[in-house]
Each structure stands twice: as C-alpha cells, then as structure tokens.
Design a protein. Sequence first.
Length: 241
Amino acid sequence: MRLYGKRPVLERLKTAPKTIRALVLQQDTDAADLVKAAKAAGITFLSKSRHDFSRLAPELHTQGVLAEVEDFRYVEIEQLLQQQEPRPTLILLDRVTDPQNLGAILRTLACLGEFAVVLPRHESAEVNETVLRIACGGENHIPVARVTNLVQASEAAKQAGYWIAGAVPAGGTPLHTADWPVPLAVILGSEGTGIRPGLEKQLELKLSLPMPGAALSFNVATAAALIGYEVTRRRLMKEKT
C-alpha cells in the first residue's frame, strides 16, 4: 500500500516505523521533520528530483512524500472484547462504503481516544490508501476488526458485557440526555438506509442527534464525531470525580 502526504507519513514514522518498506522524498520538499523522524527510526529514504518523483505517483497529491507500507493489519473481534481496562468504546459501522467517511471516522476517534472500530467484510469500505490519507495517521491509534456478521459481533459484545446502542434519525433518546452504562458499543448505519432491521433488533438504546435546523441528516462521519465526543466528555467527567 502507498501512504502519502507529510502528516500521514510523519505519524507512521513516529508510531509504526517497522511497517514502512520504502520512503521517497521529493528533493525540493520542506521535509526536515520527516528526515529527522526517519533517521531516528533508522529508516533510509530516497531523494528524487521533482520530475522523477512525479513519475512515481502522477495522479496523487503527495506533498512530495511517498511511502510504501505494509497492508493494514486488522485485529480479531475477540481481542477487542477481551481487552481489560480501559475497555474501548466500540463503533460498529453498518454498510459504510465510502472510504473517505471511514478515514474521517478513524481520524476523529484517534483524537478522542479509547475507541475501536468494527467493520463487516461485505458491503463496507476497507482500510485502503484513501482511508489512510484521510485518517492522517489515525489508523495507527485505532484498532479495527473485520467480522463476517455484525449481528453476531453485537451478540458477542453483549456476552462480553457491552451495552449496545445505535444511532437512529428520529424517535431515539436525545444524545445529550441519554443514560448508558459502560462499556458501550454504538452501531452507525449508512446515510441512505440507516441500520438494517436485523441489526436494529440488537439495540438496547436508540440514540438520536438533535437537529433543530433543516430536515436533513448528519454525514455518518459527523455522527460518529458527535457521539464519540459525548462519550469522551462523559468519560473524562467521570474520571475527575
């Protein structure tokens, strides 16, 4: 896989340098911080002219930085469910097929901390080059599991002590007034059709995001950010008491 752009590559150099197989920098790029991080990690790099560099990835906005990295490593769902304190909040994504949305979700959740993502193997975006670019390094901080069946995954989460919530466009408990125990798993559905009926039956709590403005809907990445922020806010408040 190719990883490109200054921030994504710099974050990878800092957090997972062993996954970098090759690093190429454009000669006229201001990359002093990247060079420093590469030397600190023991990563050698090639320096190429603008002309030669552009031939490597002519269709990409690389900012003069290009790395070849190992394929993304998913974790097993059992690993997430068996994790001890702090137990991560699980975000289960049902038919989220846009890699840009997935990348944005990983970046946001990485900023908030103590989250993990669960994806179905079918009808879902996977962690590809586009996701890595949008995640901007977030993929290094958020474990991601892929499962055959989200219903079975949610049932396994229940057995492991998780409370299952889901975001619905209307009729749910407003996010800011809802009460939930921890650990929590939140299911987010596609923007077009929402959570599938079979999966919705797993919900023990339905959450709705207040939308007093236009009768539209939140982008799934925005919904993940709002819910993730509220989960984090409550966690931090609890830690202070």
